[in-house]
Ligand binder design. Structure first.
Ligand SMILES: Nc1nc2c(c(=O)[nH]1)N=C([C@H](O)[C@H](O)COP(=O)(O)OP(=O)(O)OP(=O)(O)O)CN2
Ligand code: ZN
Length: 95
């Protein structure tokens, strides 16, 4: 089993609808997202996935959120999704 990992960081704000506490208010975090792809089969170059491609893909997703209010991003806003760490992780996976 091979694993290729890439990470990206971004700074952004959010608020958690329905949360019982201060996190229901607009506040910010510095986020670090680590993505790991695993698989058995390498391509003819001997790569599972080119980690430059993986890194640029996750940087592009992070760019959509950086220095903004995650709640206003269409994926979260239009689907009424709370921007928790779990839902942000899924946003990276599905993107
Ligand atoms: N399971 C989850 N629990 C909580 C989440 C979440 O996304 N999933 N989110 C929050 C709030 O966003 C809260 O603001 C997080 O606060 P905190 O843990 O302090 O986050 P920091 O980045 O500020 O961490 P530090 O270690 O304090 O720098 C609450 N619960
Ligand atoms: Zn928070």
């Amino acid at each position: 089993m091979y694993r290729v990992r890439a990470e990206t960081v971004f700074s952004t704000s959010h608020y958690l609808n329905g949360y019982n506490g201060k996190c229901a208010n607009l506040h910010g975090h510095n986020w670090r997202v680590v993505v790991e792809i695993e698989g058995e089969k390498l391509d003819k170059l001997g790569m599972l996935v080119d980690f430059k491609d993986l890194k640029s893909a996750i940087n592009e997703i992070a760019e959509q959120l950086d220095h903004g209010v995650i709640n206003n991003h269409p994926y979260f806003k239009n689907n009424n999704i709370n921007p928790t760490a779990e839902n942000i992780a899924y946003f990276f996976i599905k993107s």
